[in-house]
Design a protein. Structure first.
Length: 138
C-alpha cells in the first residue's frame, strides 16, 4: 500500500519528551549492528479528555504478504539503519531507526520503527503504536 501521496514529515505527530532523557540518549546512541531489547510502557487507549495519546491504528501498515518483525519484550533486536528517514530528522529533529530480530535468517518485513523520542511507530504514516519505557543495549 505504501505512503499516501499526501504524506509529509510536517504532518508527523510530534511527541518529543515522551521518554525520559536517559532512554532518549540510549536510543540516539544506537548504531547499525547494535543489539537491544525493548521494554514497553503500558499502552493507554486514546482519550482527548484525559490526555493526548494517539488513538490505536485503524489499520496495520502494509507487509506485502511477508512475515512481520514481532514486537515483544523477550526478543533481542538488531539495528539495521540508524537514520532510515533522513527527512524526519531534517524536519522534526527525530531519527528513525530500522531494526529486525537479531540472528534471524528468514526475511521479515519491518513494519515498525524506533524513534529517538522514545516511540515505536508504524513505517508508513509514522503513527505512534507504542511508547518505550527503556531499552537494554548489549
Amino acid at each position: 500500500m505504501g505512503r499516501s501521496c499526501y504524506f509529509t514529515y510536517e504532518k508527523v505527530r510530534d511527541r518529543a519528551s515522551v521518554a525520559d532523557q536517559d532512554v532518549m540518549r540510549k536510543i540516539s546512541d544506537l548504531k547499525p549492528g547494535d543489539a537491544f531489547e525493548i521494554k514497553f510502557k503500558v499502552y493507554r487507549e486514546y482519550s482527548d479528555i484525559e490526555d493526548d495519546y494517539c488513538p490505536l491504528l485503524t489499520r496495520e501498515p502494509s507487509n506485502y504478504g511477508y512475515e512481520t518483525v514481532p514486537l515483544d519484550e523477550s526478543i533481542v533486536y538488531s539495528v539495521l539503519n540508524s537514520n532510515v528517514e533522513p527527512g524526519l530528522e531534517e524536519v522534526k529533529g527525530l531519527r528513525c531507526i530500522n531494526f529486525t530480530v537479531r540472528n534471524c535468517n528468514s526475511f521479515m518485513f519491518n513494519t515498525h520503527r524506533l524513534i529517538t523520542d522514545g516511540t515505536i511507530r508504524e513505517c508508513e504514516g509514522l503513527g505512534i503504536n507504542f511508547e518505550v519505557e527503556d531499552i537494554i543495549v548489549y
